[in-house]
Design a protein around this ligand. Structure first.
Ligand SMILES: [Mg+2]
Length: 211
């Protein structure tokens, strides 16, 4: 893993968000203020503009540069959360440019933990955490069983999808959607959907690399 791999993952995440922009905007109009996907895309566009700088870095500093850029461009409630994810991962990654499944699981879990602390949310609040936390747990579990890399990249998108779908029947207790009470039920959380799509796209992209 290095800055080029990080940029390839950003590209994959950006492509799927572009493809699903209307759908995510519609989800957000149902239970939020509709800005989530546009905030995220603004951040992604800013990352593209600094592509060469990210690609020139090693893994951890590339994540850190992307984290800082997202913090200053995404805004809304998700800017600090995506910063925490990437910055938390960068801190845990240190100099690990060659990652085992166990390293990657630990690094991802550290990032998710940082998001949970920043957002003060666990699972069950109808947020992106309903995707991130189950994926981090599954990742750790697979690493503990010494699952091969391909099996992990195959399993995590399915866990992400289950987590995203589970938000449909939840009441929201965080953010704007919490004011809707029972009316939030029946709607998938847009942040859970965008996180799930990005995880799926990143896993698919990483599966194209040998290691
Ligand atoms: Mg919003």
């Amino acid at each position: 893993m290095n800055g080029k791999t990080v940029m390839a993952c950003i590209e994959a995440a950006h492509a799927t968000l572009k493809e699903h922009t209307d759908e995510i905007a519609a989800l957000d109009q149902q239970i939020g203020d509709g800005d989530h996907i546009f905030n995220l895309l603004r951040g992604m566009d800013a990352l593209f503009a600094m592509r060469a700088a990210i690609e020139a870095e090693a893994f951890a500093p590339a994540l850190d540069q992307a984290a800082s850029k997202l913090l200053s461009t995404v805004g809304g409630s998700s800017g600090p959360l995506f910063f925490s994810l990437l910055h938390g991962m960068a801190k845990a990654a240190q100099n690990a440019d060659t990652l085992s499944v166990a390293d990657a699981a630990r690094i991802f879990a550290a990032g998710v933990d940082a998001v949970a602390q920043r957002g003060k949310a666990g699972t069950g609040s109808k947020t992106m955490m309903d995707v991130l936390i189950p994926v981090a747990s599954r990742f750790m579990e697979l690493a503990e069983r010494s699952a091969p890399r391909e099996a992990v990249l195959d399993a995590l998108p399915r866990t992400a999808e289950e987590g995203m779908l589970a938000t449909r029947d939840m009441l929201a207790t965080k953010g704007r959607a919490s004011f809707l009470g029972e009316r939030a039920r029946g709607h998938i959380d847009p942040g859970a959907r965008s996180s799930q799509l990005m995880i799926g796209a990143v896993c698919a992209r990483l599966a194209q690399y040998r290691e």
